[in-house]
Write a protein that binds this ligand. Structure first.
Ligand code: ZN
Length: 703
């Protein structure tokens, strides 16, 4: 007889979502029951002060005595209920508990009983699992999820009264051609299923839209089902293909970006948090991290280096994510991660009053565009277009600029109010309405930095005659895109009137010229512009005897700077951000940093001076203000992961505090020291003597 461990907490009315600060996830493998030691895990959760747990419940394998027909019990389950045992143990420690299900694969028995529940390949054959040929891939948008998994979720909630259900791999793996998908897509669109995944294919675009609709329906269904059992509970999907929908529907969400692979930069974890915060606001966001390697060859039982784990998790915490460790298999083969996570979590527990952020303080925002990602492309200069955003992101980190991200479908005054500067890294597809919102932002005193084809296409990806923001840029399109350019340069000039160089050339005073990008747009100015950066056209790079500039100087500007009221506009007609991402040329990084500072036109909320690469974020809490400094200096000499942590030396920090606040005390939360500081004209100045991986400066405030 199963107990109802939830009856004791069922009366609690306050939503639970914001309570857990540290999550623990244990994903059982099928032969864990009877072999793994649940008390070891419960004791570990206690030691690390985890206050939320995500535990394997059902789906491909049930870890409790399910009664739902065709819901496969672990072959090792016998009479046991390891899931229930863990749930009760976590409840006794006051933890929030959510159950994990995974509906993406199933067994021969299910395939035989309901062949229509299985995903179908383009050739009409049912789809075997790509990794485990004993299993079948299920159709995510058909009755397997809508019927069977709904029953499973209901049963789990009725038996255990959880705070929520979290499903992994619930949204499908590519286009499915089963009878349900064929029929339902036809009813939705009048079309046949697309045969390609080309974004320009109208059927594929419609399919992408249908998929979002269908998944939203599924999210609603499962959420409704579990709330009917326990009103405070939530269904939490692992990922959703549209951030706006996620921001609207989710009371709590988790990012499944568990670690680096290849040359993914270490700030990538923070970027995912910023992207979701743009649509979710300050609703709680958990950052799932793997204790193992995240590479294509999927060593799921491996353990990552301590240095890599610490930096990855610090990036998440610095960006307001609540850490969530994920461990697969209840039996451990390599225990090295246990102490590392315990130390990180114990620091987090000690510091948590400073980690309940109420608002970010950044005044700069990087605009990202899911719309452009969907509709832009097809021309050679539009390839690898993700590099624009990545390059700009990296330039912001190198410039030590605290910044947020903004979703281009949320450009209304309310969402833009906190910001002085918006950066548009080739945000090519913008509607008339979005352009108008940006105009309003500038009229209100805001500044813009935009690159390349920003606003040259409408929201459907149709090219305009001229930029939608031509009036703000002060330039118009004038002909074709040039490139890929080889051996082209930029002439850096001083102002003929004063002889002084423009502030965007700070640190480049001795450079007569720097390298150009790879593609440039021909544009013509509508008015006078300063000319700190002009074009030196491509010239032969071979034979060596002919490598000399044919046109050493032009007056073709490659950077357009203007002031409009209290705002400043910087428009770059070439792919500076994507080229920076590809080549990582230091001059491009410096130029971008200078242009960002010029356009911001006010001192950043935090200025940190010293050597090294720091990712900086700044936050307000109820009674305090924090600045997070993540030390990314340690080299990706070849590529990640980090091998060791190497400290950087003294950093001088200046923090602007709100006018209504009085600073009572200053702490360094990682060094656990109270540094000497001065306060003058609303600026707190202090020195952080050294940073190994991470430091958090906390200012206690009284109103
Ligand atoms: Zn299907």
């Amino acid at each position: 007889m199963l107990g109802t461990p939830w009856s004791a907490t069922a009366a609690v009315e306050e939503p639970w979502f914001d309570h857990p600060m540290r999550w623990a996830q244990l994903v059982l493998v099928e032969n864990d029951p009877g072999r793994f030691d649940p008390d070891f895990w419960l004791d570990y959760f206690r030691r690390v002060h985890a206050d939320g747990a995500c535990l394997s419940a059902g789906g491909i394998v049930a870890y409790y005595p399910t009664q739902v027909p065709l819901h496969h019990r672990s072959a090792w389950l016998g009479d046991s209920d390891p899931f229930g045992y863990l749930v009760r143990g976590c409840r006794r420690m006051g933890m929030a508990v959510i159950g994990r299900t995974d509906p993406h694969a199933t067994w021969n028995e299910v395939q035989q009983a309901h062949p229509d529940w299985i995903a179908v390949e383009p050739n009409g054959k049912p789809r075997r699992h790509w990794s485990n040929p004993d299993l079948w891939v299920t159709c995510a948008l058909g009755p397997y999820n809508f019927d069977l998994m709904t029953q499973v979720h209901k049963e789990i909630m009725e038996l255990y009264g959880l705070d929520g259900i979290f499903s992994n791999r619930w949204a499908g793996h590519g286009t499915c051609y089963c009878e349900h998908c064929v029929r339902n897509f036809k009813a939705f669109s009048g079309m046949d299923l697309p045969r390609t995944s080309d974004r320009r294919d109208p059927a594929y675009r419609k399919y992408a839209q249908w998929q979002v609709e269908r998944l939203r329906e599924l999210w609603f269904l499962w959420d409704r089902t579990i709330r009917a059992v326990k009103p405070g509970a939530r269904y939490i999907p692992n990922g959703f293909p549209d951030n706006i929908v996620t921001g609207k529907l989710a009371d709590i969400f988790f990012t499944d970006h568990q670690g680096r692979s290849g040359a993914i930069p270490p700030w990538s974890n923070g970027r995912r948090a910023k992207e979701l915060r743009a649509t979710m606001g300050m609703k709680p966001l958990g950052g799932i991290f793997s204790v193992g390697l995240e590479e294509a060859y999927r060593w799921k039982d491996s353990v990552q280096s301590e240095a890599e784990l610490r930096i990855w998790v610090a990036e998440g915490i610095a960006n307001n994510m609540r850490p969530w460790f994920a461990k697969f298999s209840g039996v451990l083969y390599d225990r090295r991660w246990l102490d590392v996570v315990e130390r990180i979590y114990n620091w987090h527990y000690r510091s948590q009053r400073y980690l309940r952020n109420t608002a970010p303080l950044a005044r700069t925002a990087l605009v990202y565009s899911e719309q452009t990602r969907r509709v832009y492309g097809g021309q050679p200069w539009q390839e690898r277009s993700g590099g624009h955003e990545l390059g700009m992101y990296h330039a912001l980190v190198e410039a030590r600029m605290p910044f947020e991200m903004v979703n281009d479908r949320l450009l209304d005054a309310e969402h833009l109010r906190p910001f002085k500067l918006l950066i548009l890294p080739n945000v090519a597809a913008l509607s008339e309405g979005q352009c108008e919102q940006l105009r309003q932002f500038v009229q209100g005193g805001g500044s813009l930095l935009a690159t390349f084809e920003t606003s040259l296409y409408d929201e459907q990806g149709k090219q305009r005659q001229d930029f939608g923001l031509a009036d703000l840029f002060g330039v118009s399109l004038n002909g074709r895109v040039e490139g890929p350019m080889k051996n082209s340069y930029l002439r850096l000039g001083s102002d003929p009137a004063t002889g002084r160089s423009h502030p965007v050339l700070d640190g480049l005073e001795n450079a007569y010229r720097i390298i150009n990008g790879i593609y440039r747009l021909n544009v013509k100015p509508r008015s006078d512009f300063p000319s700190p950066v002009t074009l030196i056209p491509s010239y032969p790079d071979l034979p060596m005897e002919h490598v000399y500039p044919r046109t050493p100087e032009t007056d073709t500007r490659e950077l357009y700077l203007r002031e409009l009221g209290a705002g400043r506009i910087a428009y770059v007609p070439w792919d500076i951000d994507r080229t920076f991402w590809e080549i990582m040329n230091a001059d491009h990084g410096r130029l971008l940093g200078n242009v960002i500072r010029w356009a911001l036109n006010e001192p950043p909320v935090v200025q940190v001076t010293g050597r090294g690469i720091l990712d900086i974020t700044a936050w307000r809490q109820k009674q305090s203000l924090t600045v997070h400094l993540v030390n990314l200096t340690n080299p990706m000499m070849m590529k990640g992961p980090f091998r060791e942590l190497i400290p950087i030396d003294a950093q001088d920090v200046r923090i602007r505090v709100p006018q209504d606040a009085k600073v009572q005390a200053v702490h360094l939360l990682v060094a656990d020291k109270a540094p000497e500081h001065t306060i003058q004209d609303g600026i707190v100045a202090l020195r952080v003597p050294s940073i190994l991986d991470y430091e958090v400066i906390a200012l206690d405030l009284s109103a």
